[in-house]
Ligand binder design. Structure first.
Ligand SMILES: Nc1nc2c(ncn2[C@@H]2O[C@H](COP(=O)(O)OP(=O)(O)O)[C@@H](O)[C@H]2O)c(=O)[nH]1
Ligand SMILES: [Mg+2]
Length: 319
């Protein structure tokens, strides 16, 4: 494949080229920057959906149902699963083998499981880059599935246009999840496993927590949608709520605003990454090593060394 040909093949959703581009991104190969630059002119058409929540809440099951729902509307769906507890590959993800092959052989569906290794949050820069590949390849919806622990939910909210938090009725899980910060990022909630006992009281508890928040200045109030993902119940309501949120963002100029602020963070990260690489090039990394003993002995201070390194860096970029 020639490089131009390679990009063209991504644009026409040649799955092999798409998979290869994502592998290049994942490996951190320097070609990835060039590929992403080329792809960017066709980016921005996909609608990005984040699905997060505790392990076992039914995120993968729901992703599968939504994927099938969107396919019936003739929309193409790309899925990026960042969930170390239940990998999308290997069969677990789509519930059973039959359903997996049903969706897996469909040219309008692309599923990729990505490792979170090396990233602070659950959704690394590479994951967002991979979503750009799918966007350029013409997928209408991109779904990120991530397990909501720690920092990852903030990352997913940043990468997605609509963020769905999946909760289950079980003992206090929902309340715990709220405390963990999932509440702040939800554009709406899905109370999954509503076939289980206690779903009504969990719904009431959730509504109470939501009402206790101060929404005086918010024009969008997150809904709670009951679902039984394993029985495909609630899928339409969830898809409708995604569309309602999409329209709300669009009509209020918020989609553009949100994407601009996400790009701002992303560009800053890229610049900082470049700066860091430049800063710690051999010479300065070595000079840092060489100064450590003197700092310990009190001959010089960390600030003094830092300033020397920084001034050296400045002088190289001024040249
Ligand atoms: N009873 C019940 N089980 C469900 C429901 N949705 C998913 N499950 C099951 O819950 C388990 C975990 O689902 P999975 O989608 O892998 O959860 P994830 O870890 O959030 O991705 C699987 O055995 C599913 O079949 C539901 O609505 N009701
Ligand atoms: Mg999962």
């Amino acid at each position: 494949m020639t490089p131009e040909n390679f990009i063209e093949r991504i644009f026409i959703n040649d799955k092999r080229a798409v998979a290869r581009a994502i592998s290049i991104i994942e490996s951190g190969n320097s070609n990835s920057t060039e590929i992403l630059k080329e792809l960017h002119k066709k980016i921005g058409r996909a609608y990005r959906i984040g699905i997060t929540g505790p392990p076992g809440a039914g995120k993968s099951t729901l992703t599968n149902q939504l994927t099938k729902y969107f396919r019936k509307q003739n929309k193409k769906v790309g899925v990026i699963a960042v969930d170390p507890t239940s990998p999308f590959t290997g069969g677990a993800l789509l519930g059973d083998r039959v359903r997996m092959s049903e969706v897996g052989s469909d040219s309008g569906v692309f599923i990729r499981s990505m490792a979170t290794r090396g990233s602070l949050g659950g959704l690394s820069k590479k994951t967002i880059d991979a979503a750009d590949v799918l966007d350029a390849a013409g997928y209408d919806f991109i779904i990120f599935e991530t397990v909501g622990v720690g920092q990852s939910e903030l990352d997913v909210a940043r990468a997605a246009d609509t963020t769905i938090v999946v909760l289950v009725p079980e003992s206090g899980d929902s309340i715990q999840a709220m405390k963990a910060g999932l509440m702040e990022i939800a554009d709406f909630f899905v109370l999954n496993k509503s076939d289980r006992p206690g779903s009504e009281s969990a719904l009431v508890a959730l509504k109470t927590i939501l009402m206790l928040r101060d929404h005086t200045e918010k024009s969008w109030l997150p809904n709670i949608i009951k679902a039984v993902a394993s029985e495909n119940s609630g899928t339409k309501e969830i898809a409708d709520e995604i569309e309602r949120h999409h329209n709300y963002l669009e009509q209020n100029g918020l989609l553009k605003e949100k994407r601009e602020s996400n790009y701002k963070v992303r560009i800053k990260e890229i610049v900082e990454h470049l700066l860091k690489n430049e800063l710690w090039k051999e010479k300065r990394a070595e000079s840092l090593e060489a100064s450590l003993a003197k700092v310990v002995e009190g001959e010089t201070s960390p600030y003094q060394i830092a300033e020397t390194l920084f001034n050296d860096f400045k002088s190289t970029i001024q040249q």
